[in-house]
Design a protein around this ligand. Structure first.
Ligand SMILES: *Cc1c(COP(=O)(O)O)cnc(C)c1O
Length: 642
């Protein structure tokens, strides 16, 4: 399809906010395709549409989760570079040494990639459960890297951490509940060795946003100040105070407002100083997660955004901790952060196709010989609209008048139908003509001028449902559970003007299964500008910034399983390489997850078809076709094939 002279790729980039949230990884090329620069501004770009086509050529069907490992590494580099700059700028006499919270994305290839590329900074992992601890212990073998052990801990969890220290690892058991100190003391006595110990403090600083309740006296985790003091004394008595090395706090995910972080840092900085005065060796201050992602690119302290940059964040951490320690002559700690969202969001892009649309029936019906007056009236109204010259000064008032007429005639048509004066085909004609009027008006609305409300809303009323080949519950659960906003946009046809408004409905039979919140100017909007479908061209949609939390939170609603996933890297000589392919769940696998036996299910249907053949209700060839379909479906992913 030819590019549109009135519409440019720059218009698309502006419309979908690509320059605001996509920098430096995503932009549009001259062909109207989204391109990915996995190393940011350091060179190398991939046409996302071509990539998808080539992956489909390798029998990887949509929806596809594409993980750009270079982006993951770039995020890690940016995080470290920001802290290095801040440390230099503020003359901070300590280091930064981060960990990745495994709960953000536990996928093997993701954690392995982070452990590998984080080696040069002694980057570690944070675990919140026994299974995550197992991942952390086995994947990080750098003796300097930290393994932060959070979450609820039983005796076995604690003993595992203690013994791991003998393997040359650096596990830090963080006391999050007051009763954990007793368990640590008991385990240390039993094993004749102690772990590195940390304390998570409940800060009184307020937070905001969705995870604001992660701090404050009612927070689920952390010790109150009296408990902190009691814990220090208990450790002292048990001879373990020498192992208290770390103070931890976490103000909740996606901190929107940097002021919240500053308050928390000041409070935690003072607690740190006091702990050293109580005789604990300390050495590490762990500022937790919360480093936010600017999903809508607005740079504001709102839910889908942050009012600070990565550099602002690092500067505040470094400067505030220094300010707390210096006046007391306390050696500044090694700074630890547990940034998950900020590291893992950008690297994965979910691409799905649109299967079809439901739009209003606006086709113009053929002229009949004797049409009822109401239908003729609507035809004349439509004629009036289509002959309105766009240069006409009074165009708005003419269109408004025509719309008022159309509404009136449509109501008349309904009334006439109810009374039996209009046949079903005639009523259908009246409806088609009304929507044809609406469409003709929308096409003629002058750009940029003040348009009356009900004409402006006409575009929304004409909005279509775009059927998306995905399950929201599987691939974007936070959009449903907590109204999380992710950037969504077509990745092809960006050289053409999107003339429709629409939202996405997913494959599940759940009316919540939809994507109907999009990045808008200042506020999320319920409809997105989209293109009319072309029968000979797939319409591909990308969901961006969803690399954190979505995969593990996703569920099997309606038995839609995981999607195909691939790991892509820029190849040294240009182009790309497919490092790993992670096949999506097959129908057989999701059935087995619910304790069904796919073989048995098939066998029952085979027996039933034999009986139908016996009764002469089914031909042998039909039975074979049915069994073929069922067997093939069991081997394929749970999504629709084109
Ligand atoms: C969830 C969590 C994190 C990660 O938070 P992000 O906002 O994703 O960076 C870090 N630390 C703890 C204790 C957590 O519970």
């Amino acid at each position: 399809m030819a590019a549109d002279a009135r519409w440019s790729i720059a218009d698309s980039a502006a419309l979908y906010g690509l320059e605001r949230w996509g920098e430096p990884y995503f932009s549009v090329n001259a062909r109207g395709h989204v391109i990915v620069q996995p190393r940011g501004d350091r060179g190398g770009a991939l046409d996302l549409v071509e990539l998808v086509q080539e992956l489909e050529g390798r029998n990887l069907s949509l929806p596809l989760l594409i993980r750009f490992d270079d982006i993951l590494e770039d995020r890690l580099e940016r995080l470290h570079a920001a802290f290095e700059r801040a440390i230099a700028q503020y003359g901070y006499a300590g280091r930064y040494q981060g960990v990745f919270p495994v709960k953000c994305n536990q996928q093997r290839h993701v954690v392995e990639e982070l452990a590998e590329s984080g080696r040069r900074w002694h980057f570690g992992l944070e675990a919140g459960s026994k299974a995550e601890l197992l991942i952390a212990l086995s994947l990080v073998d750098d003796p300097e890297a930290l393994l932060i052990c959070n979450g609820y801990k039983d005796q076995r969890y604690i003993e595992t951490a203690i013994l791991a220290r003998r393997l040359g690892r650096q596990p830090v058991v963080v006391i999050e509940q007051a009763d954990e100190v007793e368990r640590i003391i008991r385990a240390s006595r039993a094993l004749g060795a102690a772990p590195f110990i940390g304390i998570r403090a409940k800060l009184s600083s307020r937070s905001t946003g969705r995870w604001g309740s992660s701090v404050g006296e009612k927070a689920k985790f952390g010790l109150t100040i009296p408990d902190v003091l009691a814990t220090v004394e208990a450790l002292r008595e048990a001879g373990l105070l020498g192992d208290l090395r770390l103070l931890h706090f976490h103000v909740g995910s996606q901190i929107n407002d940097i002021a919240v972080l500053k308050d928390a840092l000041q409070e935690a900085g003072q607690i740190y100083v006091e702990l050293t005065k109580l005789g604990a060796p300390m050495g590490f201050l762990d500022v937790g997660g919360g480093l936010g992602v600017d999903y809508d690119g607005s740079r504001t302290a709102t839910a889908a955004s942050t009012n600070y940059s990565l550099q602002n964040y690092a500067n505040d951490v470094v400067a505030t901790v220094r300010e707390c320690c210096e006046p007391h002559g306390v050696t500044v700690p090694t700074l630890v952060s547990e940034s998950g969202r900020a590291i893992a969001s950008h690297f994965s892009v979910l691409v799905f196709n649109v299967l079809g649309t439901a739009t209003l029936p606006s086709a113009i019906p053929e002229l009949q010989e004797s049409e009822p007056l109401i239908v003729r009236n609507l035809r004349e109204t439509l004629h009036g609209i289509t002959t309105t010259a766009s240069g006409d000064e009074a165009v708005l008032s003419r269109l408004q008048e025509a719309w008022n007429d159309a509404i009136k005639f449509k109501e008349d048509a309904l009334a006439a139908f109810r009374l039996g004066y209009l046949t079903l085909p005639q009523r259908a004609m009246a409806e088609q003509l009304t929507w044809a009027c609406a469409e003709a008006i929308v096409e003629r609305l002058p750009r940029g001028s003040a348009i009356p409300d009900d004409l402006r809303q006409l575009r929304g009323a004409m909005a279509g449902t775009y059927y998306a080949n995905l399950s929201v519950f599987r691939s974007a659960p936070d959009t449903w559970a907590i109204e999380q906003l992710f950037p969504l946009m077509p990745i092809n046809r960006l050289d053409q003007e999107p003339t429709r408004l629409g939202h996405f409905a997913d494959l599940t039979c759940d009316s919540d299964g939809k994507l109907a919140r999009f990045i808008g100017d200042g506020q999320a909007k319920p409809l997105l500008e989209l293109h009319d479908l072309n029968p000979d061209e797939p319409y591909l949609i990308g969901m961006f910034l969803g690399g954190a939390y979505q995969e593990v939170m996703g569920n099997l609603h309606n038995l839609f399983g995981s999607t195909n996933a691939v790991h892509i890297r820029l190849a040294p000589g240009g182009g790309y390489q497919v490092d790993h392919v992670v096949r999506g769940n097959t129908n057989a696998q999701v059935l087995e997850a619910m304790e069904h036996n796919p073989g048995l299910l098939l066998e029952r249907l085979r027996v039933t078809s034999e009986a139908a053949i016996q009764r002469g209700q089914l031909k042998i060839s039909e039975a074979r076709r049915l069994m073929d379909h069922l067997e093939t479906s069991l081997r394929q992913t749970t999504y629709l094939q084109e």
